[in-house]
Each structure stands twice: as structure tokens, then as C-alpha cells.
Ligand binder design. Structure first.
Ligand code: AMP
Length: 260
């Protein structure tokens, strides 16, 4: 397969259903490199639940328009066979792959790392941009790039939110009016935890605020050390709050720096 890509190349992998959050990654890529590749590939390997995969929103035409208007010079929507020839090499996310998101989405991060490594092999980018929205994913990708010496510079992109605080996500279109209102408890809890005076109090505030919304079904809420991804101790220098849970059958995740 010949993608006929120009180098140096900045790469933004996505699963499509692009929104302003994805476009911000493309803009960051563009500000670092004039050649920007955006991939649109809904990766079956990272979905444990076939229903979630089937329900994942798809809009290729709209995506191409949004990607190009944000600065993409090449939009790539590969077929399944192109990404996964027979017996693909599966990358293991190790222990961290089974914590936090990994507890609730078995095998998810193995699927993510496997597709990212494969996309990197096919596109050979010099730079790749990933969002802090998927903070554990970003951490694991950086770890893989270091350990396998893949030679791609990873750039972190900040979370883009709706005006009322909800982190943008392709899944948000599945929230009805009531659940959309209930979803605000997540950013509210994160913002209140951010202003706490200690790690312990940040953790308590996070749980206390989340518990005020009866329609929010918690998967986990934790303060971690962003340098190690261990649970943050009292003297942690880079604490970050993570939240994941469900509102009316829609799974939402979010995170925020804690500024003690
Ligand atoms: P996805 O299509 O959901 O796999 O996301 C593709 C990339 O966009 C990942 O690097 C995500 O972390 C990033 N992303 C998704 N939502 C946001 C957001 N609200 N703000 C910034 N980046 C995001």
C-alpha cells in the first residue's frame, strides 16, 4: 500500500465523528508541521462490547470536511484488512492496561496500542498528536513509543469542552436532554476537586459531588500521579483527577489537573 504521504508528517489518529476537540488536535498538528494526516478508523479491537462498536457514530463525508477545514492535508480511512492482515501482532499494555479504564474495558488498551503501532508503521509520521481527554491512553502510547523506540514525537493536546464544561466526545450525541444536564456533574466534580487543599480532600470532594447526581453510575473516580499513573500520595507533585461512569447507558470519561 502506498499512501503517497509527504514528510515530515504530523499525524492525528481518530475514530471519526469529528468534533471541535478533534479539530483542535489537527490545528496543533498543523502548527507543528505543514503536512497533516488524519486517520478515521473505528478500531474493533478496542471495543469489548459489540453493541458499543455498532452504535459508534459514523459520518465520513462530514469528517473529511471538518478535518480539511482544520488543516488536514490528507484524510485516510483505511479498510479493516489494510490495518489487520492475518494474525496481527497484538501489543500488550501490561499492568497499567488492567487498571482504571482497563478494569471496565477489558483488553481495550491492548487494542489501542495495537492499532496505534500499526498506523504508525503504515504512515511513518515524525509527530503524532493525542488528546489529554483519554489520559491513560496518552500515557500508555508515550510509554510504548519510548519502550519500542518508535521515533515518533508525541504531542499532548488539552481537553476541549462545551461552554457549560462537558468534555467534548463523539458519544455526547447519544445523551438526551435530561442526561445531558446530568452529565455536568462530572466537570463540576473535577472543578471542585481542583481547588481542594490536599490530595485527600480532592478525592473526597470528587466523590461527594459525583454522588449528588442519582443518574450518574460511577465506574471510578481517583486522583493519580500523572508521572507514574499510580494512585497519588499526599506529596504527589503532579496530581490529576480521573472520572469515568455512565449516564443513561452512555459512558463518559474526563480528567483534570489538581492545582494544590
Ligand atoms: P477518538 O476519535 O475518540 O479516538 O479520539 C481521537 C483523538 O481525539 C484522541 O487523541 C482523543 O484523546 C482526542 N479527543 C477526543 N475528544 C477530545 C476533546 N474533547 N478534547 C481534546 N481531544 C480530544
Amino acid at each position: 500500500m502506498n499512501l503517497a504521504l509527504k514528510h515530515p508528517l504530523a499525524f492525528v489518529p481518530t475514530m471519526g465523528a469529528l468534533h471541535t476537540g478533534h479539530q483542535s488536535l489537527i490545528e496543533i498538528a498543523k502548527s507543528n508541521c505543514s503536512n497533516v494526516l488524519v486517520s478515521i478508523f473505528v478500531n474493533p479491537l478496542q471495543f469489548e462490547n459489540p453493541e458499543d462498536l455498532a452504535k459508534y457514530p459514523r459520518d465520513l463525508e462530514g469528517d473529511i470536511e471538518k478535518a480539511e477545514s482544520a488543516g488536514a492535508t490528507f484524510v485516510w480511512s483505511p479498510e479493516l484488512e489494510e490495518i489487520y492482515p492475518e494474525n496481527p501482532e497484538i501489543i500488550s499494555a501490561g499492568d497499567l492496561g488492567n487498571k482504571f479504564e482497563g478494569v471496565h474495558r477489558f483488553g481495550h488498551f491492548d487494542g489501542v496500542l495495537t492499532v496505534v503501532k500499526r498506523l504508525f508503521e503504515l504512515a511513518s509520521p515524525e509527530i503524532a498528536v493525542f488528546g489529554e481527554k483519554d489520559f491513560q491512553q496518552l500515557f500508555l502510547i508515550k510509554k510504548m513509543v519510548n519502550e519500542l523506540d518508535l521515533g515518533v514525537r508525541i504531542i499532548d493536546a488539552p481537553i476541549i469542552r462545551e461552554e457549560d464544561g462537558l468534555a467534548m466526545s463523539s458519544r455526547n450525541v447519544r445523551l438526551n436532554k435530561e442526561s445531558r444536564a446530568a452529565s455536568l456533574v462530572i466537570s463540576k466534580a473535577l472543578n471542585e476537586a481542583r481547588g481542594a487543599k490536599s490530595i485527600k480532600s480532592a478525592r473526597d470532594v470528587l466523590h461527594k459531588v459525583l454522588a449528588t447526581e442519582p443518574n450518574f453510575l460511577l465506574d471510578y473516580a481517583e486522583i493519580i500521579d500523572a508521572d507514574s499513573f499510580e494512585i497519588a500520595g499526599a506529596t504527589c507533585a503532579s496530581p490529576r483527577a480521573l472520572v469515568a461512569g455512565w449516564i443513561s447507558g452512555v459512558r463518559l470519561i474526563d480528567n483534570m489537573v489538581i492545582s494544590l
